[in-house]
Design a protein around this ligand. Structure first.
Ligand code: ATP
Length: 304
């Protein structure tokens, strides 16, 4: 597998005596759209501010394209384009003038690249109009154009569709997919909207009260059940699942093992566990739509 574009290792942050982000680990790869899904106040913006170097973590490491953010800030950040909260735009200048202002500060950006990004975000017909005549969706697209001008390997977006109408959201989703697949960019995008994340992202990390509860490939969501066993020999259960059924299971608590399993197999698995001397205290399951997973993992954090 490629080197991750973004890697967080054991990131934690306390603010005013409260754990805001706790032991967050994740990796984002080239061309991957990685969703960071959590309810209001779950810790998404704080994590994003840590990744963008705006907040210093108390513990842990952020690495961007192999460069540790704390020791090699400039080289790490030269690979990042981001929009945090809303894009920084001069309202009384045209879209093009906004882009030129920024390009003047970055020797990597040519006139040709400016035209290319304008076309990519679909603003060619309005780029010479003043920004204060733009709709919210157009401002968002201009913000993306700014963020991608220098061909960053990682694009970071904090709740980018807030305030967009459904058509704007659909356009935005297509744009992000094109950037990831055509330009090979990794996109890290936070959201509290389940359906949006499911439609836009390849991978989703569910965050609740500052902790990543699970990281899920969207493609794998759907058909299997998520089964949880409480038993006395978790290591043996995990090994049996792997060796007999090629199922990857994880130990979630001291005596708890969880795996995605086809419904018809659960009975067989339980029989084998018992015949191998495992004492089974509990076996429960729930569906594996993103909503099921979210509600189960976050114990009902409110989300749209
Ligand atoms: P939202 O979707 O509402 O923006 P979020 O997931 O982005 O939520 P954060 O903004 O990261 O969440 O906030 C997480 C928690 O940290 C919240 O409870 C917030 O009140 C708290 N918090 C954020 N910044 C500070 C700070 N500077 N001092 C104290 N607490 C803070």
């Amino acid at each position: 597998m490629d080197q991750p574009v973004l890697k967080l290792t054991s990131i934690s942050k306390r603010l005013k005596g409260k754990d805001i982000v706790s032991d967050v680990n994740l990796s984002v790869y080239p061309s991957e759209i990685f969703g960071f899904l959590g309810a209001n106040g779950a810790g998404k913006t704080t994590t994003i501010r840590i990744i963008a170097g705006l907040v210093k973590p108390d513990r842990g490491q952020v690495t961007i394209c192999g460069f540790p953010l704390d020791r090699d800030f400039n080289r790490a950040m030269s690979n990042v384009g981001c929009i945090i909260e809303s894009p920084d735009l001069y309202r009384f200048l045209t879209g093009m003038e906004n882009l030129q202002q920024l390009a003047a500060m970055d020797s990597r950006v040519t006139r040709r690249r400016i035209d290319e990004v304008v076309e990519m975000v679909g603003l060619q017909h309005r780029i010479n109009d003043r920004v204060d005549t733009y709709s919210l969706g157009m401002k968002q697209r201009l913000g993306i154009a700014q963020a991608i001008m220098s061909r960053p390997k990682l694009l970071i977006l904090d709740e980018p569709t807030n305030g967009l109408d459904p058509a704007g959201i659909a356009e935005f989703r297509q744009l992000i997919r094109r950037l990831a697949y055509e330009e090979g960019m990794a996109v890290f995008v936070s959201s509290h909207i389940l359906a949006e994340v499911q439609q836009m992202c390849d991978t989703v990390a569910i965050i609740s009260r500052g902790r990543v509860m699970a990281t899920i490939k969207v493609q794998e969501i759907g058909s299997d059940l998520i089964v949880e066993w409480q038993l006395d020999k978790p290591a043996l259960a995990i090994a049996l699942l792997r060796d007999r059924w090629d199922i990857t299971a994880e130990q979630t608590k001291k005596n708890t093992v969880r795996a995605a399993v086809e419904q018809v197999m659960v009975e067989d698995i339980n029989e084998v566990f018992i015949s191998e001397g495992i004492r089974l205290a509990y076996c429960g399951s729930h569906g594996s739509t993103l909503e099921d997973l979210f509600l189960n993992l976050t114990e009902g954090d409110e989300i749209v």
